[in-house]
Design a protein around this ligand. Structure first.
Ligand code: ADP
Ligand code: MG
Length: 255
């Protein structure tokens, strides 16, 4: 069994862009090992919230912490190494095979510098081999095992999105941030991704912060939901609680 991750706390976070308040005093906690979903209409502030957590956007006010470690002023690579990995709303896989993309994820963890790796010093060759073996395990876990040596350019859209998820897992995160992981997928690909998220959560014991438009998926996967609208938190609770909330129905479901 893996050690359970520390709670991820977003506390009273405000983000202002020029005249616009993208997030207005937002707070929530991703409990250890849970799936927490952020939902809300376009422009609600979901991606901005991810950017704050992963260090790409500095909040105007408020803080983010993982257990006792405050993340608020740390650069993105430090936050990633502390155990928070993310995917982006739009696909950012690079050229090369699935394995190459996963090894990029492992590079950030590598103790050896690029020079030592390029010189193929004995210790680094061994380290590269163990990284490759772990990348293969993660490919198996995410249903990409048979595609490990396939160029990413030849993959279906759904498989490419899953490569991103697998690459984030290669950082051995304690918290995984997924920004719209099933956007643009067909129903078969969606179901597959739900299974993969369930599997990695159970096998790796990590917490997941999920932004997703697909309400059905949120209901199936999330333990807790925070609902944003125009940068404000309008509801929070279990999927069933928020589904029945009148303000959520009005803002998000348009009913
Ligand atoms: P969501 O992901 O929920 O669709 P975003 O977090 O992308 O929403 O955006 C929230 C609001 O902040 C939007 O009005 C958007 O236009 C604005 N916004 C996001 N990023 C920036 C930025 N870098 N500069 C200015 N405004 C931004
Ligand atoms: Mg977004």
């Amino acid at each position: 069994m893996s050690v359970s991750p520390p709670p991820l706390r977003v506390d009273d976070v405000t983000v202002k862009f020029a005249g616009l308040t993208a997030l207005d005093s937002i707070g929530f906690t991703v409990a250890p090992g849970s799936v927490h979903a952020l939902i809300g209409p376009n422009g609600a502030g979901k991606s901005t919230c991810f950017n704050v957590v992963s260090g790409l956007c500095r909040p105007t006010h408020g803080s983010v912490s993982l257990g006792d470690t405050e993340l608020t002023r740390l650069p993105p690579h430090r936050i990633a190494l502390l155990g928070i990995a993310r995917t982006f709303q739009n696909i950012v896989t690079t050229a090369g095979t699935v394995g190459d993309n996963l090894m990029l994820g492992r590079h950030a963890l590598s103790r050896a510098g690029f020079t030592a790796t390029a010189l193929r010093l004995p210790g680094t060759v061994r380290e590269q081999r163990s990284h490759r073996a772990r990348a293969r395990e993660i490919a198996e876990l995410t249903g990409l095992g048979t595609l490990f040596d396939t160029p990413v350019a030849l993959l279906s859209y759904g498989d490419r999105k899953r490569v991103e998820l697998a690459r984030a897992l290669c950082l051995e995160p304690r918290v995984l941030l997924l920004d719209e992981p099933v956007a643009g997928m067909n129903s078969g690909e969606r179901a597959r991704t739900v299974e993969v998220v369930r599997t990695v959560r159970a096998e790796l014991g990590l917490s997941v912060l999920l932004v997703e438009h697909d309400m059905g998926l949120v209901m199936r996967l999330a333990d807790e939901v925070t609902v944003l609208d125009f940068g404000r938190r309008i509801a929070a609770g279990t999927p069933d609680q928020v589904r029945q909330d009148p303000e959520v129905r009005r803002a998000y479901l348009g009913t």
